[in-house]
Design a protein around this ligand. Sequence first.
Ligand SMILES: Cc1ncc(COP(=O)(O)O)c(C=O)c1O
Length: 504
Amino acid sequence: MGSDQTSATTRSAEPVYRRIADAMRARIESGELAQGDQLPPIRALAADLGVNRDTVSLAYDALRTEGLVEGEVGRGTFVRASVRAEPMAATARLQLAEAAETLLRFEGARPRLAGGQDLVALHTLVPEPALYPASAFRRALNKVLDETGPELLMYGGARGDPGLRAVLAARLRADRIGVSPDEVVLCHGASQGISLALRLFAGSGDAIAVEVPTYGGVLSTLTALGLRAEPVTMQSDGDGGRAPDLDEVDRTLARPDVKAFYTIPTFHNPLGTTTPLEHRRRLLALAARHGKPLIEDAFAMDLRYEGQPVPSLAALDESGLVVQLCSFSKSLFPGARAGAVIARGRAVEALTALKRATDLSDSMPLQAALAEFVSNGAYDRHLVKLRRELRLRRDALLEALEHHMPEGTAWTRPEGGYQLWVDLPDDPFDFDTRDLLADAARAGVTFQPGAAFLPEGGPSRGLRLTVAQADAAAIECGVEALGRALRARFAQDPTARQAAAVQL
Ligand SMILES: Cc1ncc(COP(=O)(O)O)c(C=O)c1O
């Protein structure tokens, strides 16, 4: 790839990344780049062409979406082994729905972050299998399969296994008053809970207020459902805490097109922060004044390892405005795909109907095994160990940040869960943490750039670190590598970067 593509950067109105992708595709189709060959590294090609690295990265993402190449950040991009002779197969001409096209673009732009022996994975919120209570769960599953009749293998009711709803309701009663098993609708993880709760209140074209930053999954779900995200700033309290700006919530909920507020008050993803009791009370009062529901994502509800629990929004709710989502993915294992939506009155009736209309029912053997696992005490025994390990890892992370982050960096201090947020210091040039990802991966660590948590996709000077896949020793190595990559980046001459950006 030489002068041809260099001229492509100045020649036409077509986006530069498209022209780069076209040129690469031509090289693959002509056989010049064969199966398994590595494409030029992003940094080298960007320097060669005098374009920004993001532009090359976008071009490679487009080729990845077409199925022509594969690879992950920091490991290189390769021509796929099974590249079709005719890449634009008949299916490529299918007219997809607008939402599906948008999701395809999101997928293409998503960084592929690898794990692996030489990389410390601080990017993922998927707990590592070493943390799963696999043997105890296997025993619970075998027990219910041995002891229950064939009815376990039939479709269940839309609300899910009555035994699991009963044990969940009992646990929730410890946190608040009067949840009955009939107010619990089991579902495929909090992800399906989000989708059900959104559909409960909003239809195509409506908007949902979301925190900024927020969980990326809810942003994709909004797109899939044809809904808009209305951003609400997460305000800093100056002391490491963050909470949604209540004036903004007030203004946003006043709008007729905004149908609900999706919020993560406890162990926020990605921030790791928990909102204080008084803030929760004021938020509930606002919601009541506007008559708008709050969708409380309590995905990490059982993972507090420090400090006093703050009552959930659902626990404080006196008006039936809160729909709460729970999950076993982070406290047990994500493959359970087990979660729940808790609601009252007509909302729970409608949720049940929505669940039935979506997929009839969940896996009954799995839910029955979970009920056994929770009620025989294995879940609580597991939580004791898990919380202890998470606290060790959190402490290691905080200590490593203290040692290795450049002056001016700030981070949050979670009291539970797996993640915290890092704000990089101001520097003389515009900086987006996506730009740092490849350097960090080469140094030996991955993180999740802040852009992944913004409705408009960035840029962001923030990043999320997690302790889901790395123990204390690995965390120290990973943060040390991140510090190295950061310092190297900050030491670069800002004028060189700006010159590259101007070329676009
Ligand atoms: C805030 C939040 N909600 C929901 C989910 C999805 O959870 P589940 O695996 O239960 O679908 C996640 C997953 O990371 C999350 O971070």
